[in-house]
Design a protein around this ligand. Structure first.
Ligand code: NDP
Length: 284
């Protein structure tokens, strides 16, 4: 029986098992394939992954904090994974470990329309920001990068391209409509609770400046809608939330492992089930 898993630490919060189990059921593979969560500490990651093919695993998602290590141990890597410097999807075939980065493809699939010609502002310079910057530049967007620690934004722009947004001017540029696409790739909003309004203040954008002319993608997600998503929706922006990006990266991984068209709607329903609720706009 082919086995799949998500490997990370911590892992109990992951929605991937729920999402992929629903997907396998929708594909009629529930009796043949399984998907489980495996918690592994960094010291044991490489050995654990190397043992997986012998245990019947044909692939794995990799999440925090192992995405760099996943690329490092792979025998082969896609162009995206190599350029981004991280992998979130591994396939085991013929004794080889093949690494892919579906965070990039997933982001692109979730984005309405093409990035070509767009002026994008990416907030963050960590692993997911790298994937977003790479795929946007590859797709023909102009990319400005802001990060809380400016040196990391500079290093990212030097390595992958794009320009560093001047911290003092980012908020004004957003207000003046200089960007049509804004991507939150920071952890602000991660594990969103009903009380994350203050955290949003650490991003250099004024929610009141967002409007119909903006597309907003928030990679972060939590138990409720993030404050950024809520504020952007309330002001008429076109919004993609972190759960949609999660679905799309998962779908891309599933296609790699099974060669089948992923059942997107079943995956969406699974990640949005039960504990996730859109937050009420306090002004309504
Ligand atoms: P990293 O740890 O690699 O990077 C974290 C980033 O967040 C850094 O740029 C960091 O800035 C910034 N940051 C942290 N705290 C703050 C703060 N208080 N104010 C402003 N910036 C802050 O994380 P990842 O890139 O892996 O993940 C980023 C987010 O994207 C997470 O919420 C994660 O859950 C989400 N994600 C969602 C996916 C999805 O499918 N929806 C896929 C992948 C990630 P600094 O350099 O200054 O520390």
């Amino acid at each position: 029986m082919p086995k799949l898993a998500v490997v990370g630490q911590p892992i109990s919060h992951s929605r991937s098992p729920m999402m992929h189990t629903a997907a396998l059921a929708a594909l009629g593979l529930a009796r043949a394939w399984t998907y489980e969560a495996i918690e592994v500490a960094p010291d044991h990651f490489a050995a654990r992954v190397r043992a997986m093919p012998r245990e019947g695993f044909v692939g794995a998602n990799v999440t925090v904090p192992h995405k760099l290590a996943a690329l490092a141990l792979a025998d082969e890597a896609s162009e995206a994974a190599s350029a981004i410097g991280a992998a979130n999807t591994l396939s085991f075939a013929g004794g080889r470990v093949v690494a892919e980065n579906t965070d990039a493809i997933g982001f692109l699939d979730a984005l309405p329309g093409s990035p070509e010609g767009k002026s994008a502002l990416v907030l963050g310079a960590g692993g997911s920001a790298r994937a977003v910057v790479w795929v946007l530049l590859d797709g023909g967007a102009e990319v400005a990068i802001w990060n809380r620690t400016p040196a990391r934004a500079e290093a990212l722009a030097r390595e992958l391209g794009g320009r560093v947004a001047k911290p003092s001017r980012v908020a004004d540029a957003v207000s003046m409509g200089a960007y049509d696409l804004i991507v939150n790739a920071t952890t602000v909003g991660m594990g969103a609770s009903s009380n994350d309004r203050a955290e949003l203040m650490s991003l250099p954008i004024d929610a009141d400046a967002l409007g119909e002319k903006h597309q907003l993608v928030d990679l972060a997600y939590g138990a409720v809608e993030t404050e950024l998503v809520r504020a952007a929706k309330a002001r008429g922006a076109q919004v993609v939330d972190g759960l949609e990006v999660l679905v799309r990266q998962g779908a891309a991984s599933l296609r790699i492992w099974t060669g089948l068209d992923p059942p997107i709607e079943a995956m969406r329903e699974a990640v949005r089930a039960s504990e996730w609720q859109p937050k009420k706009d306090p002004r309504t």
